[in-house]
Design a protein around this ligand. Structure first.
Ligand code: ATP
Length: 323
């Protein structure tokens, strides 16, 4: 490779900027020309591509969001869109691509790279942590820390009023943000999509604690929970437990923003560096992951097919610690 492009695609995640910075500076260090592609695959199709130098990524390691912006691109799902994208890369001689995004973005990269001869390297950038083959995804740690900070504040007011709060956190179809933030804030119960939600069990647990006057003020629900997230669970609990003062709080988009945590900056920097190393060493169509603190390369199609192994004893721990 001699010229590479970098883009961020799908949902934004804190730490994406640190990854962009690492790709740009490692590329330039190795004598490559680096191009920034705006708004995910849309920028490739619309030729919104610009030359980057070391200065283009100055002062961004600590910033949330992504300087390249991100988008979901309908046109890239069509063969005609991908053809256009390819022509815009070819015109500039771009012969390698780093895609920072989630599983959908990797599916796009995989398809593109099968059709045209452009090696693609994926970096897992998603707050949801719903990608196999890596212990970390860029943005997850920051999102969880934001959720924990917010839930701690909710607990203060819940405690002052003897209220029970049902807090919904993000995560799409994955329960990792809920699991981590729930364990870290001492939630009574955590409801996630990976396991069946037993409302009766939840209600009997709450009732039993009410009887022995143990104050319970927190249930954390993943947005993708099968019962329909925080509002639905809150409604059911209000109906079934009319004596309890129950409130619902949906944390929402604050979980996507903010300065990336130290961990997210570090993994983004390491992954960005290794994305360029991968392209230089002839690897292609792999995602760069970190497993047991070592770099790990897995085929893009495996990363999108498999889910992360689920740490099932966490729910048991949460239950025991809340007793
Ligand atoms: P997040 O997990 O944060 O939502 P994501 O990368 O999974 O991020 P998606 O919206 O699923 O987000 O995918 C991003 C973009 O990747 C899509 O808008 C589309 O342009 C492209 N893409 C996804 N799937 C395909 C596919 N099968 N073929 C071509 N392009 C695809």
């Amino acid at each position: 490779v001699t010229k590479i492009g970098v883009l961020t695609s799908g949902g934004d995640a804190p730490g994406m900027n640190a990854a962009i910075r690492a790709v740009v500076r490692t590329g330039i260090y190795n004598g490559l020309e680096v191009y920034g592609i705006m708004r995910g695959y849309n920028g490739m199709i619309e030729d919104d591509i610009f030359h980057m130098d070391n200065k283009s990524v100055a002062n961004i390691i600590q910033r949330g969001g992504t300087i390249l912006k991100t988008a979901r691109s309908k046109e890239f799902m069509e063969a005609a869109g991908r053809q256009k994208a390819y022509e815009n890369l070819r015109k500039r001689g771009i012969d390698g691509l780093v895609v920072i995004g989630g599983d959908g973005s990797f599916r796009g990269a995989q398809r593109f790279s099968n059709e045209f001869d452009i090696p693609c390297i994926g970096l897992p950038g998603t707050i949801d942590k719903d990608i196999a083959g890596t212990d970390y995804t860029i943005g997850f740690d920051t999102a969880v820390n934001t959720a924990v900070e917010a839930i701690d504040k909710i607990r203060d007011t819940a405690d002052a009023h003897d209220r029970l709060f049902v807090v919904e956190v993000m995560g799409r179809d994955a329960g990792y943000i809920a699991l981590h933030s729930g364990l870290a804030t001492g939630a009574e119960s955590v409801l996630i999509p990976e396991t069946r939600t037993d409302v009766e069990d939840l209600i009997s647990g709450l009732t039993e604690k009410e009887k022995r006057k143990k104050l319970v003020n927190l249930v954390v629900v993943a947005e993708g929970d099968e019962m329909g997230g925080g509002s639905e669970i809150g409604k059911i609990l209000k109906n079934r437990l009319p004596n309890m003062d129950i409130r619902i709080s949906i944390l929402g988009h604050i979980q996507r923003g903010g300065a990336p945590s130290c961990q997210d900056r570090i993994i983004a920097s390491r992954m960005g560096y290794h994305a360029v190393e991968s392209l230089l060493s002839g690897r292609h169509n792999v995602m760069v992951g970190i497993v047991d603190d070592k770099m790990h390369y897995i085929p893009l199609d495996t990363a999108v097919k498999e889910k992360q192994a689920f740490t099932s004893d966490w729910l048991k721990i949460i239950k025991i610690l809340a007793s």
